[in-house]
Design a protein around this ligand. Structure first.
Ligand code: BDR
Ligand code: CA
Length: 313
């Protein structure tokens, strides 16, 4: 099968960085058409910087990196320096990027690529708030029918939320955008906290990254070292959850994940539960399914894949 064409929409973030590295290390599975950056973990000037640092770390300064929306559709930007550090990519010391940004807006790039390639051939992988994707859908509604799939990290149901008791960060930051995406009609695969909180970087798994002895392997180990202090304190877990790499791992090895095709709607009006992914896991509403909501992961298989692919960089 030819490599699947993907656009990675991202707000790096250490876990975004690992997701991007996994994709760039897997050219036989995915062809990265470009990275589109959005404000999220840190403001847009930092996410665009971090995305280029990651491309250069992977030895891919040729990747097109576009700047997108610098704020959510209808709310003030909420960022997560308390998790990711001041730069968004705290941990390793990596050189400033020298590759230029691609010209044009990320939203126009997304629209253009979906219109250029045959319908059903471009997959959108989203690792941050859904502002760029929803803005593209608003500007060019025809693209919805052309999207092969949207594979996104966001939401949570059994795990609750991580930024409020009921909302996960990516959905909370721009609930209006998430609502537009979940209603757009394209096939959607969701990697919620229910899955990502099972993808924990234990000491042994981090040692395996470091043991690769390559710049990418060492940088990933240092990123997760930094990232994990927050989750260890908060959840008492054994290590950091690698949220976003679940998205790119799914494109390479979907059988690592299990879930249900169900109805998922987004809370956009109640401040108390703003950004909650209301997942009809038990099919009690009769509302039509619009997303495959994952719940299970073969964590050992996931980390084996990650380590094996990172070794190639
Ligand atoms: C999500 O929010 C960000 O902090 C991570 O990069 C991930 O995309 C997890 O809630
Ligand atoms: Ca992210």
């Amino acid at each position: 099968m030819p490599a699947r064409k993907i656009i990675i929409d991202t707000d790096p973030g250490q876990d975004d960085a690992v997701a991007i590295l996994l994709a760039l290390a897997s050219p036989e599975d995915v062809e990265v058409l470009g990275l589109t950056c959005v404000a999220g973990n840190v403001p847009l000037p930092l996410t665009t910087r971090n995305a280029r640092i990651v491309c250069e770390l992977a030895g891919r300064p040729d990747i097109a990196v576009y700047a997108g929306c610098d704020r959510p559709m209808g709310r003030d930007l909420v960022t997560a320096e308390h998790v990711h550090g001041k730069t968004g990519l705290d941990g390793p010391t990596l050189p400033d990027p020298t590759m230029p940004m691609a010209k044009g807006h990320a939203v126009d790039f997304i629209i253009d690529q979906l219109r250029t390639f045959a319908p059903g051939t471009v997959t959108l992988c989203t690792l941050g708030p859904l502002t760029n994707i929803a803005t593209a859908l608003r500007k060019a509604p025809d693209i919805a029918a052309r999207i092969a799939k949207i594979v996104l990290m966001g939401g949570g149901y059994f795990e609750g939320g991580n930024i409020t008791p009921s909302a996960e960060f990516n959905i909370y930051v721009d609930p209006q955008a998430a609502d537009i995406v979940f209603r757009c009609g394209a096939p959607i695969v969701v990697m919620p906290l229910d899955v990502t909180h099972k993808a924990l970087v234990t000491q042994a798994r981090n040692d395996a990254f470091r043991g690769l002895g390559t710049p990418a392997g060492i940088a990933v180990a240092q990123m997760t070292d930094f990232f994990e202090r927050f989750d260890k304190e908060k959840y008492g877990s054994t290590g950091a959850p690698l949220h976003d790499p679940c998205v790119t791992a799914y494109l390479i090895q979907p059988d690592l994940f299990t879930g249900r095709h169900i109805n998922v709607e987004i809370e956009t009006s109640s401040e108390l539960t703003m950004g909650m992914t209301v997942a009809d896991w038990w099919s009690v509403t009769g509302r039509p399914p619009n997303a495959t909501f994952m719940g299970g992961i073969d964590a050992d298989g996931f980390f084996d894949l990650l380590t094996e692919r990172l070794a190639r960089l």
